[in-house]
Design a binder for this molecule. Structure first.
Ligand code: IPM
Ligand code: MG
Length: 375
């Protein structure tokens, strides 16, 4: 038995109420198989609906205190926000606030074409696409610096400051090179095309000063990693090449907003947004959440794909395993990751986004059963 770990769960809006319970099922199965001792607090409600239902005064269940976020070993949450609400209300903006408050500077978003999933690109098959969007998560347009100019009651001007710092660039770029070394969160280390470990730096340095700093620091850091191939391309051209030759990419590191956009594009390259797991990671804390949003258009029908949520929770276990040097947590992540591959590869139980007829919970149960089989 490993030591006891405390995990905080948060549910969120829309399909969160369907996919979070499936991630819990899988977490419980992993706990049994890998002899983990996990205390899960919640999963508690929070989000835009919660905020509105509580007179716009309270954004989350009162059992959750600000301090709790810092005390627990890991946090996971389902997608939050509903159309128009996320923009107007500070309360449900928890995901963004937490990225800054807990200094979760790395957003790790793997893009892998898994077994049994049809590619949207003609001719691409399992294993051809296996890269990570490593999104800087604490700077750029997301720092919330800016404001409005109103004259005569009319908003005439809005400014968002775009911030890049040496510290912010340096730590995310170093993380990219470290991740290329290990191949962590990928199917295998290196790019599918040639097996080469490669870190692609992408931004818009011809135009934005902050992106110039990002690239300069990339070259500085790269000197410490002579065995890893360097690759630089503007972000607009990367969006082209990622589709034309996705197999060339291994780790792609980029400033915050580009990472937001490219991670959804990468969701398409995986075959469904419902497969896009993600982890907000810092040195001291982590916060797992799928790349996608709350999908209110399909919520309530139990047709959502819980894979993204399950993978995010698995990535959280791996991060905890690294932090505490606990092999079992890392094995639990590999067990979950490969169970997902086996269920998808068997093509028997599939949600409608992958042309199947199964429900969210049928898929979650199939993954939990597969985790119990081990391997
Ligand atoms: C994401 C989301 C968030 C972001 C939204 C919900 C604020 O799109 O995690 O990619 O922009 O980071
Ligand atoms: Mg996004």
């Amino acid at each position: 038995m490993t030591r006891r770990y405390t995990i905080l769960g948060l549910v969120g809006d829309g399909i969160a109420g369907e996919i979070v319970p499936e991630a819990m099922k899988v977490l419980r199965a992993a706990e049994e198989v890998y002899s983990l001792d996990l205390e899960v607090l919640g999963p508690y409600d929070f989000g835009a609906k919660y905020w509105v239902d509580h007179d716009m005064k309270q954004g989350w269940d009162p059992a959750i205190t600000e301090g709790l976020f810092r005390e627990v070993d890991g946090i996971f949450k389902g997608p939050a926000g509903l159309p128009d609400l996320l923009r107007r209300l500070p309360g449900p903006n928890l995901p963004i606030n937490m990225r800054l408050d807990l200094d979760l500077y790395a957003n790790i978003r793997p893009c892998r074409l898994r077994p049994g999933v049809d590619s949207v690109l003609v001719g691409r098959k399992t294993g051809d696409i296996d890269y990570i969007v490593l999104r800087e998560n604490s700077e750029h347009m997301y720092v919330g610096i800016g404001g409005y100019l109103s004259r005569g009651g009319v908003t005439e001007l809005a400014i968002d400051d775009y911030v890049q710092t040496r510290k912010g660039c340096e730590r995310i770029i170093r993380k990219a090179f470290e991740m290329a070394k290990t191949g962590e969160y990928k199917g295998r280390a290196g790019a599918p095309l040639d097996g080469k470990k490669r870190v692609t730096c992408t931004a818009k340095w011809g135009i934005c000063k902050g992106d110039g700093l990002f690239k300069d620091i990339y070259h500085e850091v790269a000197e410490d990693y002579p065995d890893i191939e360097q690759d630089t391309t503007w972000i607009d051209s990367w969006s082209y090449y990622a589709i034309m030759r996705p197999n060339f990419y291994d780790i792609a590191v980029m400033p915050n907003q580009y990472g937001d956009i490219m991670s959804d594009m990468s969701g398409a390259l995986q075959g469904s947004m419902g497969l896009a797991g993600s982890l907000n990671a810092g040195d001291d804390h982590c916060f797992a959440e799928p790349t996608h949003g709350s999908a209110p258009d399909i919520a309530g029908r139990m047709i959502s794909n819980p894979t993204s949520m399950i993978l995010s929770v698995g990535m959280m276990l791996n991060w905890m395993g690294n932090k505490h040097g606990d092999r079992r947590l890392k094995e639990a992540w590999s067990g979950i990751d490969s169970a997902i591959d086996r269920v998808l590869g068997a093509k028997k139980v599939r949600t409608p986004d992958l042309k199947g007829n199964n429900s969210t919970s049928e898929f979650g149960s199939a993954v939990a059963d597969e985790v119990r089989k081990g391997g």
